[in-house]
Design a protein around this ligand. Structure first.
Ligand SMILES: C[S@@+](CC[C@H](N)C(=O)[O-])C[C@H]1O[C@@H](n2cnc3c(N)ncnc32)[C@H](O)[C@@H]1O
Length: 297
């Protein structure tokens, strides 16, 4: 295992804890909606595909659910590193497999065999053409009336944005820290703007699914897990990471607002950042839409 591989995968897996919690929430929501297993077409021959499975945690969770019978779960991802990692980590679970999805045409064996596709925070990373291709693929692999469960990232909450802004302004007011903060916070895109942009994308996604002969069956909103007080703050030259008490690591919103903080000052800066962070509270950090589509043709 090369060093680069290790670091990219390990970095992701630490962030991924947040994702997995959220994905499980989404699955619980779907279970609530489809209390009757017949509505989901689940039986022991069913295949569930987790598209864009990352390091495989959610696919492994799906495999262990067994709520609707022992289905087979297939995790797909475009990152070969993630697939290798997942295949190794979950090798003992016998109803989950992982495949690299660089060439969707290689996955013909799934054609018309899949009951449910889960697609959690993947589509916002794709171009319009790529989304169309992926929807074509979903349509091909799903059985008639098969479902796609989408978790789509909408953006950070304004509350979260305001809190980081408050901390930033307080640090900037201190002559000790001012030299290490970029002066013009307005360079940073406003969260209002970001949320609006991403909401439009959500509407686009619904339109695209409809064009591809899927009907929207359910839609709801979910917040990412609430943030706790930070237990620890990690600084490097221009990024601040906060580690929350539940061990989730999250990005600092104004990561690039910092400019070459000298290493000798990291500890002091981290202490000051934690102190300011502890004066405020963040209820939620980002918003997602959960959507269920059904293939009807
Ligand atoms: C934000 S992560 C979400 C991972 C996982 N679904 C989760 O919620 O934990 C996005 C994932 O989508 C994968 N991805 C991006 N483009 C993709 C594509 N065209 N096909 C398949 N996977 C893709 C990335 O490699 C990454 O693992």
């Amino acid at each position: 295992m090369g060093e680069q591989f290790k670091s990219s995968v390990e970095k992701w897996t630490s962030f991924n804890r947040l994702h997995t919690e959220n994905n499980i929430k989404c699955l619980e929501w779907m279970k609530q909606i489809y209390k009757n297993k017949k509505d989901l077409n689940f039986n022991e021959r069913n295949i569930v595909v987790d598209f864009g499975c990352g390091t495989g945690e959610t696919a492994a969770y799906l495999a262990s659910m067994h709520r609707y019978g022992p289905c087979q779960v297939v995790g797909l991802d475009i990152s070969l590193d993630f697939i290798k990692y997942a295949a190794q980590k979950f090798r003992k679970i016998n109803n989950v497999v992982y495949f690299w999805s660089q060439y969707l045409e290689d996955l013909e064996f799934l054609e018309d065999k899949v009951s449910v596709v889960t697609c959690f925070t993947v589509l916002h990373l794709l171009s319009s053409d790529q989304i169309n291709q992926v929807l074509k693929f979903f349509k091909k692999i799903l059985v008639l009336n098969g479902k796609v469960l989408v978790l789509h990232y909408l953006g950070r909450t304004n509350e979260c944005f305001k809190i980081y802004l408050e901390i930033y302004l307080k640090l900037q007011a201190n002559p000790k820290w001012r030299p290490y903060l970029l002066p013009n916070i307005s360079q940073h895109r406003s969260l209002d703007l970001m949320t609006t942009e991403l909401k439009i994308q959500c509407d686009d996604i619904i339109t695209k699914f409809k064009k591809a002969n899927f009907r929207l069956e359910h839609i709801d909103k979910v917040y990412k897990p609430s943030c706790q007080r930070p237990m620890n703050v990690i600084i490097n030259a221009n990024t601040v990471h906060t580690i929350m008490s539940n061990q989730n690591i999250r990005h600092m919103e104004f990561g690039k607002a910092y400019d070459e903080i000298p290493e000798s000052m990291y500890e002091e800066f981290a202490q000051e950042f934690s102190r300011l962070f502890n004066l405020v509270s963040i209820a939620h950090n980002s918003q997602c839409a959960m959507l269920v589509f059904q293939k009807y043709q």
